[in-house]
Each structure stands twice: as structure tokens, then as C-alpha cells.
Design a binder for this molecule. Sequence first.
Ligand code: NAD
Length: 499
Amino acid sequence: MKQAVPSVKLLINGEFVESHSQQWRDIINPATQEVLARVPMATAGEVEAAVASAKTAFASWKKTPIGSRARIFLKYQQLIREHMKELAALLTAEQGKTLADAEGDIFRGLEVVEHAASIGNLQLGEYAENVAGGVDTYTVQQPLGVCAGITPFNFPAMIPLWMFPMAIATGNTFVLKPSEQDPMVTMRLVELALQAGIPAGVLNVVHGGEAVVNAICDHPDIKAISFVGSSRVGTHVYHRASLAGKRVQCMMGAKNHAIVLPDANKEQALNQLTGAAFGAAGQRCMALSVAVLVGEARSWIPDLVAKAKSLRVGAGKDNPDLGPLISCAARERVSSLINQGVAEGAVLELDGREVQVDGYPDGNFVGPSIFSGVSTDMAIYQQEIFGPVLCLLAVDTLEEAIAIINANPNGNGTAIFTQSGAAARRFQEDIDVGQVGINVPIPVPVPLFSFTGSRGSKLGDLGPYGKQVILFYTQTKTVTSRWFDDEASSGKVHTTISL
Ligand code: NAD
């Protein structure tokens, strides 16, 4: 007998509950098209119940000692480590990326959990003695209340872990809305978070799409929203939630460029470029999707193509170099953009459209694809392809390369490959992109720092994790105090407000 497809639960007030929704969608293995589970589009009442439970829990959670909060995350990081293989297998099944990439996805989230465990050193105020005679001023960083997170499909472990651990460690309660395309590993991480000791109501999860996201944007009891996803949806979330008076941070789409100077270590530069362009099938917001070859570096194209050709495409569980795209629709979109690149006159040096994978005839596979002769007015340059497609541009000088990047509206990440310190320094100083790699292809900062995408890739001024997120998830309260201990002065009437 055929087994019933499991349903993904909501988490409301500490209970994993079945949704009453009439609208569900399938979660599909991108390598096989097997239906793994069904996820509900939560009802308005269920979103309301999740927010209400978070609001109630805030009253006691905000007063929970900082050490008690920190110890939950110490335990949580241990549980994630112990379940690493199981989590990675689940992630690969529903998202498609290789097992090695899945472990990387979880590990980068785990680092944020470790950071949350050191909250005692992070959520600190300031103190100035004698700002006037006998008057002191100090600040406290107080949690906001109910916060919410909306996450994309491409890092279903790391990005939820960018959000709820830091929000909860700072004393807030949370409502998470994971990607409806791959919520299963996120839910397993949420189960482990409860096992680590997060109390009922402090973390809640609702599933859904547009309607649930809009309900979160509008809800008067939600004080702040972290969003990671496409520029189209992020811009909508930013405007809608800001109008409703919320604090909002949106990390969005990208078009990341690498500059390759002819003095670069050729072997290393081409290896790194190949990994950063095609790894995770190009479904990374920090993927390098454009390489600007300067001067003689343009003669390296055949070697780059040879390296890309040697990459193995396959089902993520077999640990190839790259797995399938998330959905049939994503595969169609990437293929049609490749068609458009050809039609617009770019040279398709390597074509991944017809790639075949033994044993997986139905997978959403696209192989590494490379275009040379790309110009900045082409659709393949202007759109975020979010697939394994690398566009090559050629220029004569570093200045021209920098000008191209600075004219692109996105500002998530960029890199330069060179052995010249002077060129690297000029790049670092003049490039208008928030995250810069120098001989480092995907410069995602570790959680001691913050994720600092910029310009069209970000709305809101504070980034996820690191020091910035402490400010995002707290309100600075400034206290100015005077204690009288002098009998003579206590009799005086003060009529001015000058200190
Ligand atoms: P997406 O914008 O389609 O979805 C993100 C979230 O928004 C999901 O939870 C989804 O349910 C919700 N959503 C989708 N359509 C909506 C609508 N019309 N109204 C309201 N909510 C809606 O993004 P995705 O395809 O899941 O993820 C890929 C995108 O995310 C890429 O553009 C990538 O660059 C970006 N991304 C950015 C970063 C970063 O840090 N800058 C990191 C990862 C991914």
C-alpha cells in the first residue's frame, strides 16, 4: 500500500500542530521529483495564534537571565553537531545541493548559534560617569518584543539560523516563516531548538507564501522583520512592513562580479572562480556570476571552460560537484535565459542545457554554462540568473572593471584575483560593494562580523548577525540619573534643565 505523504506542522505555543488550511503544496525532491511531504499555507487564524503566543511568552522571556538564555544556545550548538549528518541528508533531499554543501549550509548557521551562546558579551550597554556633577548616563539594550523572519529556499538551515537564535538570545520572541519550497530541515532545526530548552511560545513557525508574509508585515504586534530572498519580494516586504511602523532588514538579490587581473595566480584564480560560479548550482546570493577579465587574463577562457567542463553534475546525495536546481520552474527559467543570451549575441562557450545524469532522468539539472562576449545591456548580465551560468566580460584596465561593477545596481559581494597589493588596495577602497574578497571568492563574513551587502542588494541599515544584529533586535534605552546625597543641595529648587 502507498504510504501517505507526511505533512509539515506549524509550531504554535510549543506544540507542533496540523494546519487546518485548505491550501497545501508539495515538497519535491529536485533530483527525482518524489513528493517528500506537504506544507500548508497557514490560515489567518493560525498566524494570529502564533503571534499571540509569541506576545504572551515575551512577558517572561525578556526577564529571563542572560546566562540562562546563553546556556540554551550552548546546548543547541551541541545538538546541531550531533545531528549534522541527519540534517544534511534531509536538506539534500528537499533542496538538492550536495551533501558536502548541505553540511556547509548547516555549519554556517551553527556558527551563528555559537555566537548567540556568547550573548553575555554582546548585549552590553555603555556608562558615562559625571556627565554633569553627580549625574551619570548609561544605556541598556532592551529586546523589542515579537520579531519575525522570512527566509528563502537556497540556505534552509543557515538563514533561519541567522535569525531566530540572535533574536531570541537578545530576549525577543519569534515567528519564523520558512521557505515553502524546503521547510523540512528548518523544522528539524526548530525541533532541536525546543529540545535545547527554548520555552513554549518563544519560537513559533508558520508556513505559507504571499498571504502569510503580508499578514506578518501588517501585524501590529510584530515589532521587527528580518527578510532574506529576492529583490522583488524584499522590496515589497520592506515597504509594506515599514509603513506598518516596523523595523525591517532585507537581504536581497545579487549579481556578484570578480575581477581577474593578469598577474593573478592563474591556477588558484580559475579554481576559485569555477567553484564560486557553479557550486550549489549557482543558487547562492554570493555566487560569482560575472567575471571581468582584465588585459591578458582574457586568454584564460579555454582553461576556465576546461575546468568547468570537468565538474560532475548529479544528485546531491551522491556528492557530485553540483546538484539540481530547486524546481522545474527554476530549470526552465535558467534555460530560457541561456537561450536569450545566445539570441542577444553572447558566445556560449559551454552549454549546460542538455546535461544528462545517469539514473536521474527527471532531475532539474543544468550543467555549468559559460558565456563570453557579454555586454552590460544583455538580459544575462542584467538579471540574477540564480543558476550555474557564468558571464565573462573583457576590459583593458582595473579602472574600467571597477567602473562596471560600480555601475551595476547590486552590491552584495565582489572579489579580485591579483598578486598586486597596490591593485587590491585600490579595489578595496574604490569598489562600491558591501562585501569584498581579495583572492577570496565568496567573502561571506563569519559571525564575529555582520553580513554587509549594500545598495540594491539590501534595504535597511543593519545586517544579520554580528554586532549589527544586536542593535537591530534591541532598543537602546538611555538613562540619565542623579542621586542626592548632600543635604544642602537637596533643598535647592532647580529651575533650569541645563546639566
Ligand atoms: P523569494 O523572494 O521568492 O522568497 C523568499 C521568501 O518570500 C519566501 O519565504 C517566500 O515564501 C516569500 N515570498 C515569495 N513570493 C512572495 C510574494 N509575492 N509576496 C510575499 N512573500 C513572498 O526568494 P527565493 O527564490 O526563495 O530565494 C532566492 C533569492 O534570495 C535570490 O534572489 C537570492 O539572491 C536571494 N538571497 C539573498 C541573500 C542575501 O543575503 N542577500 C541570501 C540568500 C538568498
